[in-house]
Design a protein around this ligand. Structure first.
Ligand SMILES: Nc1ncnc2c1ncn2[C@@H]1O[C@H](COP(=O)(O)OP(=O)(O)OP(=O)(O)O)[C@@H](O)[C@H]1O
Ligand SMILES: [Mg+2]
Ligand SMILES: [Zn+2]
Length: 419
C-alpha cells in the first residue's frame, strides 16, 4: 500500500476535549472519526486493526467449536417483554416505532433473539450441545459516552451463546470459552486480569470478567507485584496486603477496563422464553445456557491505552494495521524506489503486509507519522546509507535501530517478525 494513494488523515495536534491517551491517539493516527458523541466511523487504518482482531477472535471461537452466525439488529419489543428486559434495560435501549406501527429496538445484546432462534430448531437432547456466536454492532443509549470508542452508543461486540442439556455440559462449554478468551487477549498483546464476578441477584450463577489495568479503567482490581495473581477487589483487601497466591508478594490496587464477560446463565432465558428440549429420560427440560461477550471495538482502545509512548501507538505484532513500514527518504531517487519495491515484493511474498510512505514530505514529518501510527518495524531507505549498501531497520517497541546491509535486511526482518 502506498501512503500517497491511501487515506490516513494523521493529526499533529491533540484534539480538544479528549482525556484518554487511546482516544487522542486513535484520532491522531487516523483510525477513527467521531460523527456525533458516542458514534464513530472506522477509517481504513482502524478498520484493518479491527479486521485483524476479529480474525483472531474467529480463529479461537471456531477452534473452541463455536459456529458463527449473524443475528438482526432490528428486534421486536414483544420479544423483550418475555424476559422483562424491555423494562430492566429500558434506560439503554434505543426503541422506535416503524411505519407499520411496530415497536422495535436496536439490539443492545442478543440473548432473547438467539434463545428464540434456537428454541425453534432444537427439540431433542440429540441436537445439543451447540455454541453459536456473532460479531455484530450493538446499540446502547449510554448516558455517559466516554473516552471515544471505550464507551460508545454504537459499538462492535463478539457475543457467543452456549446451549446444553445440563450443568455439566454448560461448565465444559464455559471452560472452553474461558480458555479461548485467555488466548484471544494474549494474542492481542493484552495482560488481562480475570475477576470472578459476584453471583449477585442470579444466585449461584458463575461469571468472570476479563479486565486490563489502565488509568481510564472503571473497575477496581488487585494485582500481585511478584506473581501473576490478579482479581476483583475483595472487601477485606487493601493496598500492600500479602498476596493470597504466592504469600510473599504485595498487592497493588488498580483500575481496569472491562473487555470481556463470560456468564453461566443457567435457565434464566430458556425458562422465560420456553426454550425446551426433550431429554433422554423422556422429560421436557429448559435448555441450560451460557453467554460470552467481548467488546471488540473497546479492545482496540485498550490495546492503544496499554501500548504507547510519547510519540504514538506501539502495535502488538498480531493486531498491527501493517507489519512493516518502508520509508524512502528521497522519493524521487530511482535506486531508493527500486529497493523499496523489491522489499515490498519480498515481504508480501513472505505473507507480511507493507505500508510504503512514498509521500514527498520532510523526513521529520514522515518519522513522526511513522511513530504515531506505530507499525512494528520500519525500514528507512536513504541515499547516504544506500551509498554504503545499507538501510536502517527500526523496532518501534524497543526503539532499537540497526544499520544492515541492504541484501540482508529483509531476511533479518522476516526472522524478527516470525519469532
Ligand atoms: N458502551 C459500550 N461501548 C463499547 N464497548 C462496550 C460498551 N458496553 C459494553 N461494551 C463491551 O461489551 C462487552 C460485553 O457487554 P456487557 O453487556 O457484558 O457489558 P457491560 O457489563 O454493560 O459493560 P460496562 O460495565 O462497561 O458497561 C463488555 O465487556 C465491554 O467490553
Ligand atoms: Mg454497560
Ligand atoms: Zn503473588
Amino acid at each position: 500500500m502506498f501512503w500517497s494513494k491511501y487515506f490516513i488523515p494523521t493529526l499533529k495536534e491533540t484534539p480538544v476535549g479528549t482525556e484518554a491517551v487511546s482516544h487522542q491517539l486513535s484520532l491522531r493516527a487516523g483510525l477513527v472519526n467521531m460523527l456525533t458523541s458516542g458514534v464513530y466511523s472506522y477509517l481504513p487504518l482502524g478498520l484493518r486493526v479491527l479486521k485483524r482482531i476479529e480474525a483472531i477472535i474467529r480463529e479461537e471461537m471456531n477452534a473452541a467449536g463455536a459456529h458463527e452466525l449473524f443475528l438482526p439488529v432490528l428486534q421486536p419489543i414483544e420479544l423483550w417483554k418475555t424476559t422483562g428486559r424491555d423494562k430492566t434495560l429500558a434506560e439503554i435501549m434505543i426503541t422506535f416505532e416503524d411505519k407499520k406501527g411496530r415497536t422495535l429496538c436496536l439490539g443492545p445484546t442478543h440473548e432473547e433473539v438467539i434463545t428464540d432462534l434456537v428454541k425453534n430448531y432444537v427439540q431433542s437432547y440429540r441436537q445439543l450441545p451447540v455454541t453459536l456466536y456473532q460479531i455484530q454492532t450493538k446499540f446502547r443509549d449510554e448516558l455517559r459516552t466516554r473516552y471515544g470508542i471505550v464507551r460508545a452508543c454504537e459499538f462492535i461486540m463478539k457475543d457467543a451463546y452456549s446451549f446444553d442439556r445440563d450443568i455439566e455440559g454448560l461448565k465444559k462449554n464455559y471452560q472452553l470459552m474461558y480458555d479461548a478468551y485467555v488466548r484471544i487477549f494474549k494474542r492481542c498483546g493484552l495482560n488481562v486480569i480475570i475477576a470472578e464476578a459476584d453471583s449477585g441477584a442470579m444466585g449461584g450463577d458463575v461469571s468472570h470478567e476479563f479486565l486490563v489495568p489502565a488509568a481510564i479503567g472503571e473497575d477496581a482490581v488487585v494485582k500481585c507485584l511478584s506473581c501473576d495473581f490478579g482479581g476483583a477487589v475483595k472487601s477485606n483487601q487493601a493496598q500492600g496486603d500479602a498476596c493470597p497466591k504466592c504469600k510473599s508478594g504485595k498487592l497493588a490496587k488498580q483500575v481496569a477496563i472491562e473487555l470481556g464477560h463470560v456468564f453461566q446463565l443457567g435457565l434464566k432465558y430458556s425458562s422465560a422464553q420456553q426454550a425446551l428440549f426433550l431429554d433422554e429420560d423422556g422429560k421436557q427440560k429448559p435448555i441450560v445456557m451460557g453467554c460470552y461477550g467481548i467488546g471488540v471495538s473497546r479492545l482496540i482502545a485498550a490495546v492503544i491505552e496499554t501500548n504507547n509512548d510519547a510519540n504514538g501507538i506501539i502495535w502488538p505484532k498480531e493486531v498491527a494495521p501493517f507489519d512493516v513500514e518502508i520509508l524512502p527518504l528521497q522519493v524521487s531517487d530511482q535506486e531508493s524506489l527500486e529497493l523499496t519495491k523489491q522489499y515490498y515484493r519480498d515481504l508480501e511474498k513472505a505473507g507480511f503486509s507493507v505500508l510504503i510512505d512514498d509521500r514527498d514530505e520532510s523526513a521529520g514529518r514522515k518519522f513522526n507519522d511513522a511513530d504515531l501510527i506505530g507499525i512494528p518495524f520500519r525500514i528507512t531507505i536513504g541515499k547516504r546509507t544506500l551509498k554504503e549498501g545499507k538501510v536502517e531497520v527500526k523496532n518501534r517497541r524497543t526503539g532499537e535501530t540497526l544499520t544492515i546491509a541492504k541484501d540482508e535486511a529483509i531476511k533479518q526482518l522476516i526472522a524478527s517478525l516470525r519469532n
